[in-house]
Write a protein that binds this ligand. Sequence first.
Ligand SMILES: [Zn+2]
Length: 347
Amino acid sequence: MQQILPSYKDPLFSILLIITIILVTVIATHGLSIYSKKKSKNDLLEFLKKFKNTDCTFDLNVTIFESNMLKPLILLAEGFNSNGEYHKAINIYLYLIDNINDYKIKNNLLNSLGQLYLKAGFLERAKHIFIKILKYSPRNIESLYNLSIVYDMLNEYNKALLLIEPLDILKEDTENFKNYFEYKIVLTTYKNSKKQKIIELEKMIKNRPSLYRIILSDLFILDNHLAWRILDYTRIQEVLDILWMLPKSKLDLDIISKHNTLSTIYYAKGYIQKPYVQSDIFSVDMLAISKKSGFDRADLNFLYLCDICKQSFSLSFNRCSNCMAINSIIVEGKIAEKYKQTNYSIF
Ligand SMILES: [Zn+2]
């Protein structure tokens, strides 16, 4: 043995010792990495077992996975998704997540699965999926936003506000996001105190322009006189439908008579007899002109567009149900034939 190994005083011994330490370190690190990956995979599989159920009618249990099946199966899942067959789409995503090893693809699939659960109304499942993704990828912007949507639907607004900090770190513009959830917190906090709720909403509408439409609509219900007092004449187009659908009993004729746009709106509506045609809103002016010439069978119908995804809706919204954007609504008034009964109102 003494002949094979050099003496510890020999410089060659030190070199051999360093090489041995490096080799042991490399092998240990590699082993730990394999163990960690395996543990993470098992952890995820255990997690996904909770979501498997017998309602999923698309059976993939007998199919052996091959990598070239990924794209066709995603397309198939998307097809089921757009047809509203969420259980079948969910089953395919669960199958793919079980069989895909690539970390990035797996995260994308988990995100799609979370969105499907969200769409299908399984809010707790969606929440757990997004929290799981963020545990391993805390910088996943899509999952941060998706989790905020789930918190919104579960009325967990304070938890949604906690997501602002990571989004700020990721350089996202969170002002609209913050305003919206703080507004929701005001509604919940002062649920039983109308007076305090009005005070808080008045403060918010003055300081946060993005909440103008949503708060003005609330104020016309909570304190009609205050709503008329703080009406912004430069932003009438944004709330034209709200003003149009106000019942006659809620009109403030002193304020309306001093403003041409408001006078024209309510002349066109039929609430004011003195003719006005000066609103600078094309559909309202056309309606007022036709009324002035004796034609009284036209009305205004409203269409609501999302400024982000450009989808149109027949009902007003605070959050777009297609792309889930907040306060992205654009109001469009269209002239239509008057129905026999047009006194429907949201107030
Ligand atoms: Zn949208």
